[in-house]
Design a protein around this ligand. Structure first.
Ligand code: SF4
Length: 90
């Protein structure tokens, strides 16, 4: 059985800044977190990510249920029944 963390696509889209339109819809911008390696899409400070002051959030099922800012194609959203599962995640 696949674990929660193993289900992540490692697309890194959750690590790009978000913008919100007047209707409250979230969009992923092209601006990455300064700690994201944009080639490997891995966080350079993963083990300390919650301590470096970038507002990083530890994703768990409860957080994902309320995280409208996660991209539609996020694996965690799909598992939680909140994503389309068909959006490209690259
Ligand atoms: S957006 Fe979702 S699938 Fe992509 S890296 Fe972040 S948590 Fe993983």
């Amino acid at each position: 059985m696949i674990t929660w963390e193993e289900s992540c696509h490692r697309c890194g889209l959750c690590c790009f800044e978000k913008s919100v339109d007047p209707k409250g819809r979230f969009f992923t911008t092209k601006t990455p977190c300064r700690h994201l390696d944009i080639i490997s899409r891995e966080c350079r400070v993963y083990d300390k990510r919650l301590e470096v002051g970038e507002g990083c959030v530890k994703l768990n099922p409860e957080v994902v249920r309320n995280a409208d800012w996660l991209p539609e194609g996020c694996a965690y959203r799909t598992i939680s029944g909140r994503g389309t599962g068909d959006e490209e995640c690259d």
